[in-house]
Design a protein around this ligand. Structure first.
Ligand SMILES: [Zn+2]
Length: 464
């Protein structure tokens, strides 16, 4: 069958089915946040396994793994000086429990420069930084965990995250390093309460805070869900599509990640129903506990390291159903850009391509193994930040069926083509470890790479 005919069959099925939204409704309204350690997490994993089996995939399995999980306790933040007032707050996942009194330091939008220029003033203080993703003077996304890490490296007592969006309450997000818990406490407040603290500090020159939290880091089990559409047997090459399924515990995580997880399921359904036997195996993965350190995907890439040379491409679909301007972002693989651009001409879906690298989702463990990677992301890249993502307001009502269909349609057509290209025409060859290091030393990425090295050294020094 020609691509054109398969595309038509996929489009007809995709745009006349409510399956993706039905699945999203169950994932969010029945299983809740699916955060690591909640009952809904395992229910979601079992549900997705059963769905993949019902779509006709083979070798469908749960791959369990052990990790350091986190249980939210109570969190109390009080202003002690110059006034007395309690401020609502939440802990950031992987925060250790806390009980301390310390002065507030205001690091504003948390640009790396302020941590370099004013390091000494942060020692022993609670360092406040807001959730701006592109702080003043920065051309790249500066992640919350980087602001947390730079506070820690400067000797801060704790990190105080402030939402930079009004009216969404406090934003959450994991802290720590490579799945290891945070070392200093991390707590989070709303835009309004953060602004209040900033005004108070500005007017009085000194604000003293008392923080008591009772969170717990402890060993847990999670599950990656994996299933295959087996190839025609002539090639041992694998094309993989994946999204994490765990959301944050304060939210349904409907956009991030569930709109991506159900788009992966829907892509599996469409390809299994209409693509026939493809030269490559197409493997689908739903990752556990991404939100507290990409843990499921790191463990998978390590456990299956010997197979990684067979992985032709990993396509990440984190939150894909809610991505605006859906396109294909390649993680610096110019060798295949023209191929993918040709597909954009060929299929009736107007998408654009981009080349960029970031470390904040499940493609990254594969990228570090040298596997060609990319993702269904906004092209051009959105610099707008998370909005109500990572807050209590990332709920089902924000997602539309049409957006889920678009994600699954685009991913199906791209996966169909990646899995069908003759080996000689697939120009993206795996990077060697030295080439991976070289990539991460490119001018755009050096600042992050250097920061990661410092954090590594800090954890090593502490024997962690
Ligand atoms: Zn996500």
């Amino acid at each position: 069958m020609s691509f054109k005919q398969i595309d038509k069959n996929i489009a007809g099925d995709c745009y006349t089915s409510t399956e993706a939204m039905d699945n999203l409704t169950i994932m969010c309204d029945e299983f809740g946040s699916r955060f690591g350690g909640t009952p809904g997490e395992k229910q979601a994993a079992d549900f997705m396994k059963q769905k993949l089996e019902s779509y006709g995939l083979t070798n469908v399995r749960l791959e369990p793994f052990e990790y350091t999980g986190w249980i939210r306790g109570s969190a109390k933040l009080e202003i002690i000086e110059p006034i007395q007032k309690a401020i609502p707050c939440i802990s950031l996942p992987h925060s250790p429990p806390a009980n301390f009194t310390a002065e507030l330091y205001d690091a504003g939008d948390g640009a790396p420069s302020i941590f370099a220029d004013d390091a000494d003033s942060m020692k022993g203080k609670v360092v406040l930084a807001d959730s701006q993703t592109y702080p003043a003077g920065s051309k790249r996304w500066v992640h919350r965990n980087e602001k947390y890490g730079r506070s820690m490296l400067n000797g801060a007592e704790a990190f105080l995250f402030m939402n930079h969006y009004p009216a969404y309450g406090p934003a959450t997000g994991g802290i720590g390093h490579n799945g290891k818990g945070g070392i200093i406490p991390g707590i989070s407040v709303s835009y309004e309460d953060g602004s209040f603290l900033q005004r108070l500090l500005k007017r009085h020159g000194k604000v003293v805070l008392k923080v008591v939290t009772t969170d717990e880091n402890k060993p847990m089990t999670s599950w990656n869900v994996v299933g295959d559409i087996v190839g025609d047997g002539l090639s041992d090459q694998v094309v993989m599509l994946g999204s994490h399924y765990d959301g944050h515990d304060i939210s349904q995580g409907a956009q991030d990640p569930a709109s991506g997880a159900v788009s992966v399921l829907e892509t599996a359904r469409l390809l299994a129903s209409h693509a026939g036997k493809l030269p490559c195996t197409v493997r689908f993965a739903l990752w556990g506990v991404e939100e507290i350190g990409l843990i499921g995907s790191y463990i998978f890439a390590d456990k299956h390291a010997a197979d990684m040379p067979n992985y032709r491409f990993y396509f990440n679909m984190d939150g894909a159903g809610s991505v605006k301007n859906k396109g294909v972002n390649l993680n610096e693989w110019p060798e295949i850009e023209s191929l993918v651009k040709d597909w954009a001409q060929d299929i009736a879906f107007d998408f654009k391509t981009n080349q960029s690298v970031h470390a904040h989702s499940d493609h990254y463990p594969f990228l570090l193994k040298g596997v060609p990677t990319g993702g269904l992301e906004s092209v051009p890249k959105s610099t707008g930040g998370r909005g109500y993502g990572h807050t209590a307001y990332d709920t089902l009502d924000k997602v539309s069926l049409r957006e889920l269909q678009d994600a699954a349609y685009l991913a199906s057509l791209v996966a169909l083509r990646v899995a069908s290209v003759p080996a000689a025409d697939w120009k993206a060859t795996h990077r060697t470890p030295a080439e991976v290091e070289e990539l991460l030393a490119m001018p755009d990425y050096t600042e992050v790479a250097e920061f990661e090295k410092m954090i590594d050294a800090h954890y090593t020094k502490l024997g962690l």
